[in-house]
Design a protein around this ligand. Structure first.
Ligand code: IFM
Length: 443
């Protein structure tokens, strides 16, 4: 199985960055060496995680990091996107946890030795529980605590890092965690979602101030996820509903960063659902960024609804991944092209794209043709967007290895590498070999 790209595609150039991505809570384990976080608490509540699991061991990366970095090297990638567990590097009183810092420094040093660029995400959802106990992202002070944490990290990591992303997918933290309640901390209510979102975006802006001052030579930005919204019909009402959903779920996170304002639908929200926006907030949030990370998995289809404005409709007879998400590569090029038309964007990195599939490990071979096909069609979609003028510099597959898939526990496998959770044995899947081969073919 070979991944192919058109002969003159810029994605075949060695200048195009290929990488794989992970996140701390999803792979590390080693929870006794860090502060408890909101996901530890959430997992301990009955009925929150599909297989009743937690992040106590995960892929045991805390202990197996050396062999994992060797595996990353063997995959041939140019870059590795990892996240820092805030509660591993900071103590509750705001001082540094030196053991935690050292854990990541060793990883970053190894990556440097192997000439693999480190793309560091500073927040991938694992808020220390003591901050949640004080209101979490509903408390403005959390944004300032984040700024303080980022300052300590940047000073400690020095020139080991190639790129910093402040936040991964603030939509998920705010909407899934504080509005739907299906992610940690599990709060439900429209009175929470947009307030949490505003403080997350403020945290991004405050962190950008630090990064610009203390780390001007790294590529500094943010990672946002997009699930493009399509109307179920050409009816005005459905088109309006899809537009509203798009503003509420997607544009809400990019518009304040690029344009310094929230989508106009903010004025339609009930007063108690609106965030409190102080005078300088939008100026802080909208400082220039060096890059934007974009994550794409699928699209969503909407129809108008009298009570809820929009309602998502699941399509029939379409190919689905094991997450139940439609395989729709056209949505990827559509969203990249449309964002590029709508906003004055910095260079873009695709920071996540991939699929959970029902993998079988057959005596040491995982022949994941369905995931291979997903990568093939989505790489071509990225190429289509580049051809249409979108400035895309790199592509990261999600994920390096199977891991803790949040509310789905260990039931869904996104890895290029298969993990046997009983033995912690890693097996590179055929899609992983193909990805590695594609990268190697440019060098
Ligand atoms: O596993 C997650 C990741 O942590 C964030 N983006 C989406 C992935 C798949 O659900």
């Amino acid at each position: 199985m070979k991944l192919t790209l058109p002969i003159n595609s810029p994605m075949r150039s060695p200048q195009f960055t290929y990488g794989i991505a992970t996140a701390s809570f999803q792979i590390e384990g080693g929870i006794e060496h860090r502060l408890p976080c909101i996901w530890d608490t959430f997992c301990s509540q009955p009925g929150t995680i599909a297989d009743n699991s937690n992040g106590a061991v995960a892929c045991d990366h805390y202990n197996l990091w050396q062999q994992d970095i060797e595996m990353i090297k063997d995959l041939n990638v140019d870059a590795y996107r990892l996240s820092i567990a805030w509660g591993r590097v900071m103590n509750e009183d705001g001082s540094i946890n030196h053991n935690g810092i050292e854990f990541y420094q060793q990883i970053l040093d190894k990556l440097k030795q192997y000439n693999i660029k480190a793309f560091v995400t500073l927040y991938h959802w694992d808020l220390p529980q003591h901050l949640e106990d004080n209101g979490g992202w509903l408390n403005r002070a959390t944004a300032y605590a984040f700024q303080h944490y980022v300052e300590q990290i940047v000073k400690a990591f020095g020139d080991r890092v190639y790129s910093y992303a402040t936040l991964n997918e603030p939509f998920c933290s705010a909407y899934l965690g504080y509005e739907l309640g299906i992610h940690a901390p599990g709060l439900k209510g429209k009175e929470y979602g947009k307030k949490a979102a505003h403080h997350l975006l403020l945290a991004h802006g405050l962190a950008m101030q630090v990064l610009k001052k203390l780390s001007p030579n790294t590529l500094n930005g943010i990672v946002l996820n997009f699930t493009p919204a399509y109307a179920i019909s050409d009816n005005d009402a459905d088109i309006k509903a899809a537009k509203y959903a798009d503003d509420y779920l997607n544009q809400w996170y990019i518009k304040p960063i690029i344009d310094g304002q929230y989508p106009a639908i903010i004025s339609q929200l009930d007063a108690e659902h609106q965030p409190e926006i102080l005078d300088d907030d939008l100026a802080i949030i909208s400082q220039p960024i060096d890059f934007m990370g974009i994550n794409y998995y699928t699209r969503a289809i909407y129809q108008a609804d009298e009570d809820t404005i929009y309602q998502e409709i699941k399509p029939c007879d379409v190919e689905l991944t094991d997450m139940g998400w439609e395989v729709f590569p056209q949505g990827f090029s559509d969203v990249l092209i449309s964002l590029n038309k709508t906003y004055d964007l910095p260079p873009i990195y695709i920071t996540e794209n991939g699929a959970a599939m029902k993998d079988q490990n057959d005596k040491g071979e995982v022949n994941d043709v369905d995931r291979f096909n997903y990568f093939q069609s989505h790489l071509l979609a990225v190429n289509t967007a580049i051809e249409a003028g979108v400035d895309i510099k790199g592509y990261f597959a999600w994920s390096l290895m199977d891991n803790f898939e949040w509310a789905e526990g260990y039931l869904k496998r996104f890895g290029l590498v298969y993990v046997d959770y009983q033995t912690q044995k890693r097996t590179i899947k055929n899609s992983g070999h193909a990805f590695s081969q594609l990268i190697g073919s440019r060098k």
